[in-house]
Design a protein around this ligand. Structure first.
Ligand code: NCD
Length: 310
């Protein structure tokens, strides 16, 4: 199968087979990452610009390493040292960057949908590294790869997601990807952080309690409260939040005994998860980060048209 998209903006735009292709290519890319010399010439001569208007540790570093492992030239731009601080519009920034002939722009932006706008303006490939509360496709793909590593499949699994669903682009990409692959999603969180109509996205159940969501789950994905997107306070205080929606050594037992615990990071220890669970033997959090590099190599490779990986 061939990957026909110029951009990867949302898992909503991809079919099941395209998602499978991106995941299986990532599985192959892992071999490169385990070599002594972690570099292949696949994207030699390609230029990738990482344009991050929002802060990032994992995603930006991971895209940069992914590009470098494929021998692309990668350039990073952060808003604090770009002309955005001088009032330049996104369209103008994009046109100026385009004049330098990049092959791919990887962008993170606070405005949901900004990548669709950019994609219409520029001819190079656009990869979404997170747009507002909309989608975060590379996180969705790396979450699916990490789950597949453990269970060998993605269909027929009960996946619980707990936290600030409304403002989480990770939740949206996970829901889009995992429901297409045949998993069932159970959501829990304060009513103020649950988007109305989320059940319409597919095999999604909104639960009244965290227990209902986690009970017998194969996978438990914990999400950070996105205070930077909330605008106003949506919960009384963090102590109360963690009492009802925090994962701890007691309530993790509601899930299946071999359930995996995941979190996209950054974690607020003691709020959405206790350190005991973050560092415990059910935690796959660092495995998610490890898989992130392979997934991003796969995404960069496919928007560039695929071909042989030497
Ligand atoms: C997430 C993000 O930025 O959307 N983090 C990440 O990319 N690993 C989740 C978050 O910020 O809570």
């Amino acid at each position: 199968m061939e990957f026909k998209h110029k951009d990867i903006i949302a898992l909503r735009d991809l079919g099941k087979e395209e998602i499978e292709l991106l995941i299986s290519t990532a599985e192959n890319m892992r071999e490169v990452n385990s070599r002594d010399i972690k570099k292949v010439p696949t994207l030699r001569g390609k230029t990738i610009i990482n344009l991050f208007y929002e802060s990032s540790t994992r995603t930006r570093t991971s895209f940069e390493i992914a590009g470098k492992r494929l021998s692309a030239d990668t350039v990073n731009i952060a808003p604090s040292n770009s002309s955005a601080t001088k009032g330049e519009t996104l369209a103008d920034t994009a046109m100026n960057l385009l004049a330098m002939k990049p092959d791919i722009i990887v962008m993170r932006h606070a405005v949901s949908g900004s990548h669709y706008f950019l994609s219409k303006k520029v001819g190079c490939s656009i990869i979404n590294a997170g747009d507002g509360a909309h989608e975060h496709p590379s996180q969705g793909l790396l979450d699916m790869l990490t789950i597949k590593d453990k269970f060998g499949r993605l269909d027929g699994l009960k996946v619980a997601m707990v936290g600030d669903i409304t403002h989480s682009r990770v939740a949206r990409s996970d829901i889009q990807g995992l429901t297409k692959m045949g998993s069932s999603i159970y959501l829990a969180g304060p009513p103020t952080m649950m988007p109305p109509g989320v059940e319409r996205l597919g095999n999604v159940t909104v639960c009244n309690t965290m227990k209902e969501a986690i009970q017998d789950a194969d996978v438990v994905i914990m999400l950070r409260i996105q205070q930077e997107r909330q605008g106003k306070t949506l919960m009384p205080n963090t102590r109360e939040y963690s009492r009802y929606f925090g994962l701890n050594p007691e309530n993790v037992k509601w899930a299946k005994p071999d359930a995996m615990v995941m979190h996209p990071g950054p974690i607020n220890r003691g709020v959405e998860m206790s350190s005991y669970v973050v560092d415990g033997n059910q935690s796959h959090i660092l495995k998610q980060v490890e898989n992130g590099v392979a997934v991003r190599m796969s995404m960069l490779y496919h928007v560039c048209g695929g071909g042989n990986v030497e």
